[in-house]
Design a binder for this molecule. Structure first.
Ligand code: ZN
Ligand code: ZN
Length: 236
């Protein structure tokens, strides 16, 4: 009762705003209904190399050798999708990660792919420097919320894939070649027995050039993972 009164009072003093268009929303909401309706969800897996759609019945292979299966819940070209990621990454609005994980869950359900309990679920790590400056890894939040939502008892771990220190941010690179060179051998794996022969779902917030995720997938496969599927909220 007292909590409700306090919340009501706070909502009068500090009304909640949609993080994309700034219109007023209810305290538990993050986007207004209009902005939510703009986020179109996808339900297809694509080849991470060429972007070609892979039918749900053929998800054991991709059209390109050394590629991997990628699932993006939505498009980064959609302003509301970008605003969600921006709020999480740069404004420390952690509830954006919860909503992002909800959208990934719905999109994955629509794709008709089952997340099995023997899958290993890993977020793309950030470098120790980035973790220190930002205070958290946004991909880790998205992954944690996702695992809580699906209630499948999958093996979620942040103790398997690590990013080396001293790697500059991919944003500072001019093109794909530079990005690929920058991140080359940028990851390492510990506790390899946890992924050996397994399917790994590798989570990130955004897939842009793909250089980071490709390097991480290569590292996990070298360490013995049978298959790695990239799962991101938005693809550029
Ligand atoms: Zn809005
Ligand atoms: Zn391809």
């Amino acid at each position: 009762m007292i909590k409700n009164i306090v919340e009501w009072f706070l909502s009068i003093l500090f009304p909640q705003r949609c993080l994309s268009c700034l219109s007023y929303i209810l305290p538990q909401e993050i986007l207004c209904h209009s902005c939510i309706s703009h986020i179109v969800l996808r339900n297809d897996f694509v080849c991470a190399t060429c972007g070609k759609r892979i039918p749900p019945t053929h998800t054991e292979a991709t059209c390109h050798r050394d590629s991997f299966l990628l699932f993006a819940a939505t498009d980064y070209g959609i302003k509301q999708s970008r605003d969600l990621v921006y709020a999480l990454k740069y404004k420390h609005i952690i509830s954006a990660a919860s909503y992002i994980s909800f959208l990934i869950k719905i999109a994955l359900q629509n794709s008709k792919i089952n997340v099995h309990s023997h899958f290993v679920v890993i977020p793309i790590p950030v470098s120790p420097e980035k973790k220190h400056s930002r205070g958290y890894n946004q991909a880790e939040y998205i992954t944690r919320f996702f695992v809580e939502r699906i209630q499948q008892g999958v093996n979620f771990s942040t103790k398997i894939l690590f990013k080396k220190s001293g790697i500059k941010s991919q944003i500072e690179c001019a093109n794909y070649k530079e990005r690929a060179q920058n991140i080359h051998n940028g990851f390492f794996v510990k506790n390899t027995d946890e992924i050996f022969g397994k399917t790994v779902l590798l989570f990130d917030d955004v897939f842009t050039s793909g250089a980071t995720m490709k390097e991480a997938v290569k590292t996990l496969k070298r360490a013995g993972a049978r298959r790695v599927i990239g799962i991101v909220f938005a693809k550029a």
